[in-house]
Design a protein around this ligand. Sequence first.
Ligand code: FAD
Length: 377
Amino acid sequence: MNWQNESGGESRRLVVIGGGIAGSLLAKSLQFDADVTLIDPKEYFEITWASLRAMVEPIFGERSVINHRDYFTNGRIFTSNAIDITDTNVLTAEGFIIPYDYLVIATGHADSVPETRTARLAQYQAENEKIKSAHSILIVGGGPTGVELAGEIAADFPEKKVTLVHNGSRLMEFIGPKAADKTLKWLRSKNVDVKLERRVDLNSIPELDENGSKTYHSSAGETIKADCHFLCTGKPLASAWLKDTVLKNHLDVRGSLVVDEYLRVKGRKNIFAIGDITNIPEIKQGYLAQKHAVVAAKNLRLLMAGGKESKMAAYKPGGKVTAIVSLGRRDALAQFPFTTIIGLVPGMIKSRDLFVGKTRKQRGLEGWNLKLHELDD
Ligand SMILES: Cc1cc2nc3c(=O)[nH]c(=O)nc-3n(C[C@H](O)[C@H](O)[C@H](O)COP(=O)(O)OP(=O)(O)OC[C@H]3O[C@@H](n4cnc5c(N)ncnc54)[C@H](O)[C@@H]3O)c2cc1C
């Protein structure tokens, strides 16, 4: 491969750190324009918003957990964590030194998930067994993850007792109170016991009764009986590793990378950051992370072809919060700038396929459908 540009000389070695929602799309988009290396500790890219469905229906994961090699066919993959960056190289945990001309950081939020696709699918199977064998389930955290998991379990296993405990005064603080209130009513109508403004003490080991059921304690002084629990609290940004690198002064107090309007790390000509890791003033959502990838790819293509910086595309932050939160297979809550609706209509937009076909197609893959659990009439 010769990655010299037309004006001669400049190479196009692009290193992408993080193969999540943003990094996978960017790597796929530029794989035939540059000499691309993707670094990710997982061998696969995962459509995060399908992960809760995969817990109640593990076969769903077959489409939402995708080996990097399936969509990124023309480039190098290092299955590893990046642990250091200099002005010219990236160092991986295995000790590989990877030189770059352009760098993109897309490490999102820290999560500990298995390295291989097979192990990830097995994990879904195990979580599914845990749900199926429990009579009562405690979900800790009433953000979108906890709410969507409660919705999935309530829809597929209506006979199970689900308790959702959230420390805030309303569910999903990132959306408006009206949307949170509608969601609360929906969950309660499905017999989910939602308890607000309290924390579950997970530091002490819950007491076991003779049937194997556990007794958890909340900060409100009550006891909650459940056979198992799922922790759905927020995850930290995956930026701690940047604190001893050349980018240490480009992190804000929250650990986000400070970017300019072109999505370059502020003050750096050849380093971009996209996705949740950035300090862009907007909610951290995958559909926005993908928009970042599109803008950064455009700018990188321009720069690598010797184009002028003045021609770069600027990213316009997402305005009013738009969000669709699925509530099982049929229903969803949608907050649009002009209205908030709940029920079948937003459910038709998202809840059946959870945009899995669309997300696969964006990566050049078939949106193929397995014989998934059909909607009950
Ligand atoms: C359960 C759940 C449901 C969601 N639902 C929705 C939804 O319905 N709609 C929506 O728009 N958004 C949703 N989101 C949010 C969305 O998933 C994120 O906004 C999106 O994943 C951010 O993309 P990203 O590429 O920045 O980070 P991620 O997708 O988190 O990817 C980060 C990647 O970086 C890798 N990485 C981390 N550290 C390193 C390192 N040191 N070196 C190399 N690689 C590293 C990780 O392995 C990972 O592959 C949901 C999130 C979750 C968890």
